[in-house]
Design a protein around this ligand. Structure first.
Ligand code: 2AM
Length: 182
């Protein structure tokens, strides 16, 4: 029987933003605050699918390829700490409607296809540190980066030789609202 794969839909961070975030993170948190998420793994999860079969992955890939959803931008102006499960995260105080709608659509398709979805409300975030279970002082503010989402992707989480790596399997464009020139 083919193995199940651990998959999720997410927004990627552009490489320059990954570098800015990790530089700021190194300056802003003590070395023992938690395990830093690797730069290439920084992302915003839209819908977590769990360990799913190839057949289910193929159905959800097909559904995602037909989504027509607008592109959007958000300010990364929020920062928080969840002592359980031990995550320090970067987020947004004003989640764009298009982000909430895209996540809701993907989560409802996932649920309809048997992927258990958390009953907690969707809280868009980028995990910066894991294993951060002890109390810690957060910086008073964030550098106010802007994350522009022009596409979204289906990612596989692989654990190999002690490291987690996320690989983009497919990505699909979000629809730009910029007027096209005649
Ligand atoms: P996190 O960033 O809050 O840790 C790949 O594992 C991605 O899926 C991670 O971004 C992780 O969210 C998210 N994820 C992992 N397990 C999950 C679960 N049980 N429910 C929701 N999201 C999950």
């Amino acid at each position: 029987m083919p193995e199940a794969r651990r998959l999720f839909f997410a927004l990627a961070l552009p490489k320059p933003l990954q570098q800015q975030v990790i530089t700021w993170r190194a300056e802003s948190f003590a070395a023992d605050a938690g395990r830093p998420v690797a730069a290439a793994n920084l992302h915003m999860t839209l819908a977590f699918l769990g360990e799913i079969s190839e057949q289910k992955a193929s159905v959800l890939t097909d559904i995602a390829s037909r989504i027509q959803s607008p592109a959007f931008s958000m300010q990364l102006d929020d920062l928080g700490h969840w002592p359980r499960p031990g995550v320090v995260w970067l987020g947004t105080r004003r989640a764009p409607t298009a982000l909430l709608q895209l996540a809701s659509l993907l989560r409802s398709h996932a649920a309809r296809n048997g992927c258990h979805q958390s009953t907690l409300p969707f809280h868009p975030h980028i995990s910066l540190l894991r294993g951060a279970t002890q109390p810690l002082a957060l910086p008073a503010s964030t550098p106010q980066w802007t994350l522009t989402a022009a596409d979204f992707g289906l990612y596989e989480s692989r654990f190999h030789q002690g490291r987690t790596r996320y690989q983009c399997l497919h990505s699909w464009p979000l629809v730009s609202s910029a007027p096209s020139s005649c």
